[in-house]
Design a protein around this ligand. Structure first.
Ligand code: NAP
Length: 279
């Protein structure tokens, strides 16, 4: 049996964070502490956990975080005012609006209000457009994490057929663009795709970004394919049927410990990048 490569997200994240330490120390000698502002609207417990994890990750590295927790009844206008204030605050280098937001809020309008220079999570349409054109400063963090894992493990996308399952604005679409810019031939699948399994079966690289536990089946995977599972569902379950797909794949990210930790490290990296650009 050929050896399987388990793509270790914690190792990749640690390498990213190690590289950031010297840059943060250098910024501090110049009187600048990188700062990420997180905005949480409402009391969704998963969102609260994600925001807390991001704040803790900042603290461990010496990055400041400014946590703004707004009431679940907050209006779009009230949220926009908060974002405008953060845009103006010279001590804030990155702004992260945790999504989903409560239904009364126009989420797209709120994302668009984030200053492009502080859009470290790649949620504005301007940032997405720049990413698609190949010169985005801050691609969305999960797509950036997927490309970072590939870089760390010397997985070259050039000429390979990548099949992305999912087309959300923060994940499926931008990761498709990044892979295309890395010279992969990209197929993006979604809920209206016909014969999904037949598309996935052609993939050299599979990106799972569906939001459905154990969705990608082992018999959809071409022998030797590389699988990156961005899915994160209740109970720490990915979008890939891990055990079945592992049998077919040559390399695979586990859940947890795959794409997730690298996503957070990319958020920290983008915040440090932004702090450096602010000088
Ligand atoms: P999303 O906005 O719900 O998008 C899901 C995508 O999957 C949509 O494009 C949808 O197609 C497609 N889809 C749904 N059912 C399908 C089906 N039966 N066949 C084919 N495609 C189908 O989700 P998301 O925000 O992109 O997140 C996706 C997953 O990644 C979730 O598990 C989420 O928790 C995880 N995630 C992880 C991280 C991390 O840091 N690891 C970060 C973000 C998200 P339509 O467009 O046609 O509806």
């Amino acid at each position: 049996m050929t050896e399987k490569l388990i793509l270790d997200g914690n190792a990749v994240a640690n390498a990213v964070k190690e590289e950031l330490k010297a840059r943060i120390a250098d910024l501090k000698t110049k009187g600048i502490t990188p700062c990420l502002a997180t905005i949480l609207v409402g009391d969704d417990s998963s969102s609260e956990t994600y925001v807390k994890m991001k704040g803790n990750a900042c603290a461990r590295l010496g990055i400041d975080s400014k946590k703004i927790h707004l009431d679940k009844e907050t209006t779009t206008e009230e949220l926009l005012d908060v974002i405008y204030q953060l845009n103006e605050d010279a001590n804030v280098h990155g702004i992260l609006l945790q999504h989903p937001v409560p239904h009364q809020i126009d989420e797209r309008k709120a994302f668009e209000a984030i200053d492009i220079e502080k859009d470290v999570d790649g949620v504005t349409s301007f940032g997405y457009g720049q990413t698609a054109l190949g010169f985005g400063k801050y691609p969305s963090c999960t797509p950036a994490a997927i490309l970072k894992i590939m870089e760390y493990y010397n997985i070259n996308a050039s000429g390979k057929h990548a099949v992305v399952v999912g087309r959300s604005p923060i994940l499926g679409k931008p990761v498709s663009a990044l892979l295309l810019n890395a010279d992969a031939t990209v197929t993006t699948c979604h809920s209206r795709t016909e014969n999904l399994a037949s598309h996935v079966k052609q993939a050299d690289i599979i990106i799972a970004a569906v939001g459905k536990p154990n969705f990608i089946q082992g018999d959809w995977v071409k022998p030797g394919a590389i699988i990156l599972d961005a899915g994160y569902n209740k109970g720490n379950i990915g979008d890939v049927d891990y055990e079945a797909c592992l049998k077919q794949a040559s390399a695979i990210t586990p859940v947890p410990g795959g794409v997730g930790p690298v996503t957070i490290s990319m958020l920290l990296k983008h915040t440090v990048d932004s702090a450096e650009r602010s000088i």
